[in-house]
Ligand binder design. Sequence first.
Ligand code: SF4
Length: 268
Amino acid sequence: MRQLRRLHSYRASDPIDEDLRGWNYHSPPIKPRAYLSLSVADVAYRYCDSKRDVYLRKVLKMKGEQTPSLTLGQQVHELIALISRDVTRLLAQGLPAYEVLEVINKKRYNTAFNPFLEKFKKAFAFYLLSDASDSSGFIPLISEFRVDGTPLGLSPRLSADAISQLSMVVEVKVANYQDFHKLALAGYALALESAFELPVDFGALIYVNGINEKYPEIRTEAHYLSTDLRKEFIDARDEVIDMLLEEKDPGLASNCQSSCPFYSYCRR
Ligand code: SF4
């Protein structure tokens, strides 16, 4: 989270166009052409570069297969939510950081029988507590923050992985870095702005990796949610809306991976 301090200078030199705040949902370009209850992932993610995955889900109403990487991602998100709540509660009760760490390390959560999750539990608690000790005051993460994205043509049940101080949105990725991940931050920021009419100028991506390594790797990338990034998200949203209104199959992607939940359908 310390990286965010560096981003304040970006905001000063490249201020956000106020027309691209989420609270302007009643007028273009924020106002959508149609309200199709899209998820932020439907808009931002390009794991499928033709967006056929969105077409299959939204037009053909298909459900993808539950892949091992999806399951692991869900387990990690669940664990982060539980640990964040416990760390915040124990620190608020006045426990010193080293005692909080001991409590978390002994707790079982959903980590039984999964050596990676057990190691990740300890690594993430340490990560949170070292951030707490570096800050003048601990800034708790509010995990799984629900927000209504309807005014932007998004889902009424969006769930940001976390927010901090109502001014920074956080996404956790159990995956390697992809340039489009930061687009999701812009999408959540716009939705939060539309709901609370408070500016959300920054975001952070927490990457969890090292699944087959001795120690989990947790890396944070902080981003300024600039005018350009917001425009890119809005343009991507409008392209997805157009595709869905046409109900035309966009065809196969150029980059199908066997880990795609629709792989067995598309590549049969
Ligand atoms: S298998 Fe390929 S075309 Fe089908 S949804 Fe996945 S990435 Fe897209």
